[in-house]
Write a protein that binds this ligand. Sequence first.
Ligand code: NAP
Ligand code: ZN
Ligand code: ZN
Length: 350
Amino acid sequence: MIKTHGYAAQSATSAPAPFDYEHREPGPKDVHISIDFCGICHSDIHQARNEWGNAIYPMVPGHEIVGTVKQTGAQVTKFKVGDRAAIGCMVDSCRVCASCKAGEEQYCENNALVLTYNSRDKEGNITFGGYGENIVADEDFVLKVPSNLDPAAVAPLLCAGITTYSPLKHWKAGPGKKIGVIGLGGLGHMALKFSHAFGATTVQFTTSPSKVEDAKKLGADEVSLTKEPNWHAPHVGSFDFILDCVSAEHDVTPYLALLKRDGTLCTVGIPSTPIAIHAFSVAAGRKNFTGSAIGGIKETQEMLDFCGKHNIVSDIEMTSFDKLEEAWDRVVKADVKYRFVLDLKTLKSK
Ligand code: NAP
Ligand code: ZN
Ligand code: ZN
């Protein structure tokens, strides 16, 4: 077994604290990664605090993982010891259903998706994520990291990156399209970078006056401060697609009014409470309200390669394990520009 030291939440109300645990001994197709960096996703907080009602404790969060290969199983072909490697939100699936075969493992139809943490593997063991020294996973769920990119700033691409890249691709963001992004947090700032890189006209919606100038630098053609009166008036009926990246309860009705006929509002944000929509808001204009979850492994590698080619990484603020709780509280207050990344060297054992 691979003895590991990390940080775990033991209940919905206890802050993450030092915790020792084990990962499985690497099997023939497994890669053992020594973790160097892990991004802090708002989903870590939702789950550790049981805001989605699905928490399994002890919980070692973290699904934006970049590290160094320490050991490989005999049948591993993609990686060798010393390579940079990355892991995102999932580490296994059934691999035989239509979704898995289509490279959309996140939508596994056999209820066999194994998430990187807060999940159970095929043997029924709790999975532990990136807030710890090591991880072991089948190479089919391990990603290659472009060598030209800063590995710490790559970490958030493994969730915030793919979760925004995938729907923007699916709904064909590109030249001639007007795209909106709601919420300039970890996901939002990656959505903005990708939409801009794809050549779409991109409008950022934010509640934070302090982020307006940044949004322009990150690629927004226009920024709408949604605390201003009549903020939505100039944009009514003009968007092809809007990506909602907000973590907390908010009213989506004004955004549905901003869509063109047949336009789509897609939520990737997953607040803890249901989203209310009056039927009129979608009936008038035949509008679509939908959602999207992360992205498949093949598309995650495509996204990483795209980032390598276009020099795209996350804008990060490095943090340490002794400031973890403070970092979480700042994420909840929308006070991070734009993703915290844990440096695993700050774990006392490293
Ligand atoms: P984040 O960094 O905290 O960003 C959320 C942003 O939402 C904030 O920066 C803020 O942007 C805005 N916001 C916060 N509270 C708000 C409120 N009360 N009203 C309006 N806007 C508010 O979070 P994240 O890591 O990007 O994650 C965003 C959401 O996506 C979370 O719910 C997370 O669980 C979910 N998620 C889903 C998937 C998926 O596969 N679907 C994957 C990853 C994460 P402004 O300051 O600009 O207003
Ligand atoms: Zn995430
Ligand atoms: Zn499947």
